[in-house]
Design a protein around this ligand. Sequence first.
Ligand SMILES: [Zn+2]
Length: 132
Amino acid sequence: MFAYIKNILSQKCPRCHRGKMFTHKWYQLKYVVAMPDKCANCGQRTEIEQGFYYGTGYVSYALTVAFTVATFIAWWVLIGLSINDNRIFWWLGTNVALLVIFQPWFMRTSRLIWLSWFFHKDDDKHKKNNAL
Ligand SMILES: [Zn+2]
C-alpha cells in the first residue's frame, strides 16, 4: 500500500514504477495532462482506448471531496467554524482557492489512480495488446 501511494505521488508508471507519466512540469498548464504515448521504460501504453480517461472525472471528484472534508475538519479544529464572525465563509473561500491552485495536481493524480486500477506492478497480462 505504501509503495502504491508513493508511486502515485511520484507520478511514475503504475506498471514498472520507473517511467515518467507526464511530459511537462505541472505548472506548464497548457500541458498539464500531456502524457507520452507509452512508458519510456516498459512500453505500457498510456491511452488504452479513445476516451479512456473519462472515468478520471469520478476519481477527481472523490479526491476533491476528500480534500474539502480534510480542510473542513482542519479548519474546524484549528480555527473554529463560528457563523457569527464569518469564519465558515473564510474556510469556504480558502478551500475554493486551494482547489483551484491544486487542480493540476488533482487532474494528474486522478489519471494515475485511474491507470493504476488497470495496470499493476510487473503486470504482463496486457503486454501483448498494449505494449507495442
Ligand atoms: Zn512503465
